[in-house]
Design a protein around this ligand. Structure first.
Ligand code: FUB
Length: 330
């Protein structure tokens, strides 16, 4: 097995970006808890974020990785009750924005933003979640024209299945491990919104990120659990093509779909990473010094405890047509 990038804490859901020539990693900070394991993810009871950075991905042993310490806590954010899940970050005009999902005081996941002057924080949270936001796993993407987007959503514990009647209608009866199923039913779509110039609000409506099956040109079926979106959205752009990647959840794959537009529609294109040790899989993809890197997690450090994870990194490769070579966990 390749060793974790970070060993002194449990970390997961790594969102990596290159800022000022350094790789910055914004992960979840897993912690031990007495909460019983369930399919709603209650045991993922995280309460703060650390930021990490490095000038080199050549490793192991990754001795250059710096832990910048705690940059945001549950108690720093007035609207949050619990569960600081997978974050991401973006830069605009010298300011840094940390996007994070958490449950509000009613137990509903929203997405918040915290702002800092440096990539390593600290970050000061806005007093309310982003208006119109819901569910989990925000992933930011700033296109070459400067327009920023936020992709998000996650099934089951992430509550995406509770918004089938509209993006502003939370249907509590869909809470828990359930989703559309059966012949003729289509999978639920991940979501995206343009970010406003302030990077702290949505400019315009939340949109569906449509993912099509290449063999039919139709949206992926609900029962197609090897390919349907579950959680862990990420966007990257290479050679003019937009790559939307995600986890398939209960089938444990990291997969991707491509488009010539940042809002799609996307066409399913293949697997990036086969299942790792642990239930969840979650990642980011970033170019650094001319090579492309997959940041992800598994549960090696905890010998397989699904909510005690560790971040890893591995190089990935594209063929001439832009297809990503499927990696096996190491
Ligand atoms: O870390 C908590 C949740 O587990 C994330 O939000 C999901 O993507 C999964 O990795």
């Amino acid at each position: 097995m390749s060793p974790p990038l970070i060993k002194h804490l449990y970390t997961a859901d790594p969102s990596a970006h290159v800022f000022n020539g350094r790789v910055y990693i914004y992960p979840s900070h897993d912690r031990e808890t007495d909460i019983a394991f369930n399919d709603n993810g209650d045991q993922y009871d995280m309460a703060d974020y650390h930021v990490f950075s490095t000038s080199s991905l050549d490793g192991p042993p990754y001795e250059d990785v710096v832990d910048h310490g705690v940059v945001l806590r549950t108690e720093d954010v007035p609207w949050v009750s619990k569960q600081l899940w997978a974050p991401d970050a973006a830069e605009k005009d010298g300011k840094y924005y940390l996007y994070f999902p958490a449950r509000d005081k009613e137990g509903i996941f929203r997405i918040g933003v915290a702002v800092g002057d440096r990539p390593e924080g600290p970050f000061a949270a806005d007093p309310e979640p982003i208006a119109g936001s819901f569910s989990i796993d925000p992933a930011s993407f700033v296109d070459d024209d400067g327009q920023a987007y936020l992709y998000f959503g996650g099934l089951w514990g992430g509550q995406l299945q509770c918004y089938q009647d509209g993006h502003d209608k939370f249907d509590a009866k869909w809470q828990g491990p359930q989703e559309p199923a059966g012949a003729g039913k289509k999978a639920l779509f991940p979501k995206a919104a343009r970010l406003g110039a302030d990077m702290r609000s949505f400019a315009g409506a939340v949109q569906d990120v449509v993912i099509l099956a290449p063999e039919t040109g139709e949206p992926i079926d609900a029962d197609d659990h090897d390919r349907r979106f579950f959680e862990a959205a990420w966007m990257h752009k290479k050679d003019g093509m937009y790559y939307f990647s995600y986890s398939t959840g209960d089938t444990h794959y990291l997969v991707y779909a491509t488009s010539d537009s940042p809002l799609g529609p996307f066409t399913y294109a293949g697997r990036i990473l086969e299942p790792v040790l642990g239930w969840t899989t979650h990642h980011s993809i970033v170019e650094f010094k001319g090579r492309w890197w997959l940041f992800h997690h598994d549960c090696e450090l905890s010998d397989g405890v699904s909510h005690l994870r560790n971040v890893k990194v591995k190089e990935i490769f594209y063929n001439k047509e832009g297809k990503i070579t499927t990696e096996k966990p190491e």
